[in-house]
Design a protein around this ligand. Structure first.
Ligand code: GLC
Length: 445
């Protein structure tokens, strides 16, 4: 299916991304046993814990404040149109009642219930699309061969332990569980698999990782498409092609993402603070302005933003995460129009400094997002005559354009006769990022 992404035509892919590129904004949820140690979702690996040591989190997991309806309410209020939730992270613990393991929520002694079904139901009930994250990596499974990023990588008995491990059997477990998930939760809109790190030689050193042969990616891929032909599949199976979305994480792309030089559908995934799982002491929480600018910046380059929360061990979004979602809520209530259905503006439209443009090819409106508030004027070089009307998005008040012929002093000051000059109030409107909506003149595109 071909995706609708405005002027830039992205590569056609097998899955249906048409709803996805309109939706633009989703919620990532990382929830698992790592919420208990609360010091990064990789804690098992970082602290070289064997599954027996890690089991204390399984034994003490008691999500007594778990109310997924509340998460879904907060996500919907923030303007998010879809969610992606971890069914299993690298630690191996499963949130649903899988037939293939006992390392799951329904067996954890203080939990004893399926957590995934109520999450999926709560978000569906609020009209959000459903994505399932599933870890290819599994540091708990006895057949998963110990590689250079495994929790047991430094164990002196590593080679001995590996003798008994049968990676092909693990690949079957993977396929069975993914089949189970796509069946139980059908229709699943997104399957988000994570991640490959193929073996590599660096000079004399050899890095032992995992890639397509270890997951049996080709077979898995066929199975996924067979079960869910329209599903959106991400790009982490270590396959050269066949995926629907490219997923840069923890940085902002400078331009529209490409694969083999061609523009592709893409989604940046980001954290509110530095880790994905609940991290009690993490201090690098992004500021309100940064949160909004990251969303705008992403859409201005034709991408989606998947913003993450890590619920606590008791099953709640903590106050910091709730406050961040409220930042989005406040802004999105009045500015959603510059996000949904919008994409990168055509390349020949000049962008003023400290600004980002998005445009809606369906309505022919362009959105000027002002990141740093200037004094009195913002000018769009060479845009004269392209815009019929301009207004602030937050209150629908007119923004005057090119009111008088350009005064000589303005020309001397660098403004041009062909520029579109907007007259702004001295004080920035009370929004993190004010937006001016420009109605293109009929011949303006
Ligand atoms: C990484 C990490 C992981 C996180 C994911 C999200 O690959 O391993 O902890 O879930 O990215 O993109």
């Amino acid at each position: 299916m071909k995706s609708k992404s405005g002027t830039i035509a992205t590569q056609p892919t097998p899955g249906d991304t048409s709803w996805f590129v309109d939706a633009r904004f989703g919620l990532f949820i990382h929830w698992g046993l790592y919420a208990l140690p609360a010091r990064h979702e990789w804690v098992m690996q970082r602290e070289n814990m064997d599954p027996r040591t890690y089991r204390r989190y399984f034994d003490h997991f008691e999500p007594d404040r778990f109310q997924p309806e509340q998460w879904a309410d907060e996500a919907a209020a923030a303007g998010m149109k879809y969610m992606v939730v971890t069914t299993k992270h690298h630690e191996g613990f499963c949130l649903w009642d899988s037939h293939y393991t006992r390392y799951k929520a329904t067996e954890a002694p203080l939990c004893r219930r399926d957590l995934l079904t109520p999450i999926v139901e709560a978000f569906r009930a609020r009209g959000l699309r459903i994505g399932l994250y599933h870890s290819l990596i599994d540091w708990h499974h006895p057949d998963f061969r110990i590689d250079d990023i495994h929790a047991l990588r430094d164990d002196p008995k590593r080679a001995k332990m590996n003798e008994k491990r049968n990676q092909a059997r693990y690949a079957e477990y993977l396929e069975n569980q993914i089949t189970e998930l796509l069946t139980l939760y059908d229709p699943v809109d997104i399957l988000w698999l994570d991640f490959s790190y193929p073996s590599a030689r660096k000079g004399k050193q050899v890095f032992t990782g995992k890639g397509r042969n270890d997951w049996n990616s080709r077979r898995l891929y066929r199975r996924i498409r067979e079960l869910a032909p329209n599903i959106i599949l991400n790009d982490r199976l270590d396959m050269p092609d066949g995926f629907d979305v490219v997923t840069p994480e923890q940085f902002q792309p400078r331009t529209w993402m490409r694969h083999k030089e061609k523009p592709v559908v893409w989604e940046a995934c980001q954290t509110l603070s530095g880790s994905w799982g609940y991290h009690r002491d993490e201090q690098t929480w992004k500021s309100p302005g940064q949160l909004i600018r990251m969303l705008v910046d992403t859409v201005s380059k034709g991408g989606n933003l998947l913003m993450n929360v890590g619920p606590t061990a008791r099953g709640e979004l903590d106050a910091r995460a709730q406050a961040a979602l409220r930042v989005y809520e406040r802004w999105m209530q009045r500015h959603g129009r510059s996000i949904y259905g919008c994409t990168q503006a055509p390349a020949n439209w000049t962008v003023p400094p400290d600004c980002r443009l998005t445009w809606n090819p369906g309505t022919h409106r362009v959105y000027l997002h002002v990141f740093a508030w200037p004094f009195l004027h913002v000018s769009l070089e060479g845009w004269k005559g392209r815009v019929a009307y301009a207004q602030f998005l937050h209150d629908g008040s007119e923004v005057l354009i090119n009111r008088e012929p350009l005064k000589p002093v303005m020309r001397d000051a660098g403004y041009g006769d062909q520029d579109l000059i907007l007259e702004l109030p001295v004080r920035q409107p009370d929004d993190q990022v004010p937006v001016i909506e420009l109605f293109l003149a009929p011949a303006g595109t």
